[in-house]
Write a protein that binds this ligand. Sequence first.
Ligand code: ADP
Ligand code: MG
Length: 339
Amino acid sequence: MSSIIQLLPDHVANQIAAGEVVQRPASIVKELLENAVDAGATEVKLVVKDAGKTLVQVIDNGKGMSVTDSRLCFERHATSKIRHAEDLFSLHTKGFRGEALASIAAVAHVEMKTRQEQDELGTHIVIEGSKFVSQDVAVLPKGTSFSIKNLFFNIPARRNFLKSDTVEFRHIVDEFERVALAHANIGFMLYHNGSEMFNLPGSNQRQRIVNIFGGRTNEKLVPVSESTEIVNIQGFVCKPEFAKKNRGEQFFFVNDRFIKSGYLHHAVMAAYEGLLKDGSQPGYFLYLDVPPNTIDINIHPTKTEIKFDDEHALYAILRSSIKHSLGQFNVAPVLDFER
Ligand code: ADP
Ligand code: MG
């Protein structure tokens, strides 16, 4: 009998992988912003049209790419960030899977301009649905610009699945805020349909939070700081009297990466025990630094879930340090409890 198994061509494999990496315009925003951060940019500009359905553009002043790399970056599993499996345990970059650009280029029209500082001229590449359309030499500023147009042009079902501009733009702002909060030292700008939505100069954590969420946030913030062998915790929790009905401003960052964790959220809520009205939610901005070899972030392509070696210890440290901070700032129970 002849064999019936075949290796999928690259562009088909890329399109399948794209299903996991690129769910909506906001996924592209996340990947491109993280690449800009990994490239050492100090200024990053995000330009969006029609909630990303028409255009997502990210312009950075980072290290740029050589002519060879500017083609290679669109290959699947092409990355400059790790070389060996062991490197996964000492990660200091957002990226490492080498699949974002390959995935994006498989399901959209991509134009890239890039120049390294030491090169006189840069490279301008157009790639559509994994096919290289053109490559030119060009006079360009230092850094990299990616323009993504016609997202899901070759997957109509996905395109139709996109929500209203309001919903899709909200997702974009969420991703933008997460990266901007994780990297307060980098300047970030966001333009939507020609209007400036955010202009965040590089600063510190506290200033970045205030710049995003408004001047009145400043008085709500109680600093948290704890240093142990398994974790360093920095950041802020909000005074209980400012707790809200919905879970708006709750952020965990682990090694400068936004993550979701029901378990750590529970630890925070335990620290507020007796201080909150029933069902109300405190804001928090908590930055955890742990040795990279004690976590696994490779659970899902979007990397927003993490496995910790010692979850229980982390829980206890987080809870007690927040409790301590709330106590220190004299946040005594201000509420009347009816029991
Ligand atoms: P990963 O980030 O996991 O390495 P990507 O597909 O996102 O995978 O990017 C592939 C490679 O392209 C990166 O490893 C990096 O070398 C290069 N690259 C991507 N974006 C940029 C950028 N904005 N500036 C410089 N190099 C970049
Ligand atoms: Mg990447």
